[in-house]
Design a protein around this ligand. Structure first.
Ligand SMILES: Cc1cc2nc3c(=O)[nH]c(=O)nc-3n(C[C@H](O)[C@H](O)[C@H](O)COP(=O)(O)OP(=O)(O)OC[C@H]3O[C@@H](n4cnc5c(N)ncnc54)[C@H](O)[C@@H]3O)c2cc1C
Length: 444
């Protein structure tokens, strides 16, 4: 008979752990409190327009090796379209359009030559980017010096001007780290840049789902687990972990049912884990007390439907505006609903603004970026605030992130917030799921 493992949480981390353990011959029982899988990467149908809407636009990169492996295992990788080479359009106020396109050269020249040829930078800025590229290639840069620094401090130290930071690096930092460069950890950003931009042209490519994101993984992952004898149960909330004498023996569900004895992988965010642990545990155990003190960072998505198409671009980085990225959902999903989604990451100072206010700002700025918008009629809008989108990746947060192995025997942690060495991303979540699965295998 196979061994049983309980997994709490049906986002990327829990499903990746479940698929890995099912593949290894374990009987997986995955419990998700909501009626649907997908956690913070999910899609739904907008009742007014019928369009498929993501809770926020999600982008993958070629360097998401664990995610690519996961999607390959469950058979859905072809639902993501990867660019042949990194290409990013930028829109400025006034409608000026420029592009950064990487070349098919070995790293770092694919990027550096792309920057040199791009109209997105002045010559002075191009020299500054080259300087940063040179610093990144020197092993010395990845030293204690960057450990306590914010991204903004680090960029300034490496001679990146205020306008280059505002119009380029800050957009990348917000997209990759979901945090203001004044707050985000330089060391983590540096690692992201090395992995995403300075490893190979293939790793630098962006990948965008051609369907709602739930369709990229939730049903297929559940089917994979079930086809290996496991169970994926939605609408099954866990009330608490059954922990006594330093050992986790199972879980108690919201309806009082107890599932034991089995190792438990917690694949829920830290704020939710806090309520599942016996209250004396975080108080007495610094491992949990430290991890549960992480702080959140919000993302706002402003979804707009017009009567006519407002751009031919598939997506664009937006320069000089509060809104940071535009995604032309109709173009991406191949629909004719004239639907675009705007993203505002690291949105601490905007999350308490009313949806009407956010909408007004977005429309005014969009009109400045794409003057044609002023003649278009807005038919429908949907503002989504994800207050707990990710943890805030400040320098202080990095040592607080816990390992998969905990001081409680039989309790293993997964989730994008654990110590993956990456910001809170799909790739971090999948890697954490794989790490948790390995812990279960090793412990057995
Ligand atoms: C708007 C937005 C945009 C983003 N954009 C990107 C992007 O472009 N690229 C990228 O790589 N990443 C992006 N991210 C981050 C990415 O979504 C997350 O890193 C990833 O989804 C985290 O997965 P997870 O499995 O760790 O956690 P989650 O997805 O949060 O999954 C946890 C699951 O646990 C369940 N749960 C909680 N408590 C219980 C309980 N008591 N019992 C049972 N189940 C429970 C929850 O319902 C949830 O389904 C974005 C996030 C947001 C919110």
């Amino acid at each position: 008979m196979s061994d049983e493992v309980l997994i709490v949480g049906g986002g990327f981390a829990g499903l990746a752990a479940g698929v890995a353990l099912a593949e290894a011959g374990w009987l997986v029982r995955l419990l998700e409190q909501r009626r649907h899988l997908g956690g913070r990467t999910r899609s739904f149908r907008d009742p007014t327009t019928g369009s498929v809407v993501d809770n926020g636009q999600h982008i993958l990169m070629g360097c998401y090796h664990a995610t690519i492996r996961f999607l390959t295992t469950i058979g859905t990788l072809e639902r993501i379209h990867f660019q042949p080479r990194l290409a990013v359009p930028f829109l400025d106020r006034g409608g000026r359009l420029t592009r950064l396109e990487c070349l098919d050269w070995p790293s770092p020249w694919h990027l550096l030559l792309g920057v040199l040829r791009s109209g997105s930078f002045s010559w002075k800025e191009k020299v500054q980017v080259l300087r940063l590229g040179r610093a990144l290639r020197s092993a010395k840069e990845n030293t204690d010096r960057a450990a306590g620094e914010s991204v903004a401090m680090w960029l300034s130290r490496l001679g990146q001007s205020a306008s280059l930071q505002r119009n380029f690096w800050n957009l990348l930092c917000l997209a990759a780290m979901n945090e203001d460069p004044q707050i985000a950890s330089a060391r983590l950003f540096e690692r992201v840049l090395r992995l995403a931009l300075f490893t190979s042209p293939a790793d630098s490519r962006l990948g965008i789902a051609r369907v709602g994101f739930s369709e990229c993984y939730t049903t297929a992952a559940a089917a994979y687990i079930e086809s290996h004898g496991g169970r994926v149960e939605t609408g099954r909330g866990v009330r608490q972990m059954l922990i006594a004498d330093g050992v986790c023996r199972g879980v108690e569900l919201s309806d009082g049912q107890k599932l034991e004895p089995a190792p438990v992988i917690s694949a829920v965010p830290w704020q939710q884990l806090a309520s599942l642990l016996p209250c004396d545990l975080p108080r007495g155990e610094p491992f949990f007390a430290t991890a549960l003190a992480l702080r959140p960072a919000p993302i706002i998505s402003i979804n707009l439907w017009f009567n006519v198409p407002i751009t031919e671009l598939e997506f664009a980085g937006l320069r000089g505006t509060t809104i940071q990225w535009l995604f032309n959902k109709s173009r991406i999903l191949g629909t004719n609903d004239n639907y675009v989604s705007l993203v505002l990451s690291g949105a601490h100072e905007h999350v308490s603004r009313s949806k009407q206010e956010l909408l007004a700002t977005a429309l005014q700025e969009l009109g400045e970026l794409l003057p044609g918008v002023r003649r278009a009629k807005l038919l429908h809008s949907l503002v989504i605030k994800e207050r707990f989108a990710t943890f805030s990746p400040s320098p202080e947060a990095q040592p607080m992130r816990p390992s998969a192995r905990t001081p409680v025997r039989g309790l293993i942690l997964a989730g994008d917030w654990t110590a993956t060495g990456l910001p809170a991303t799909i790739e971090g979540a999948v890697q954490s799921g794989y790490t948790a699965a390995r812990e279960v295998l090793e412990a057995s």
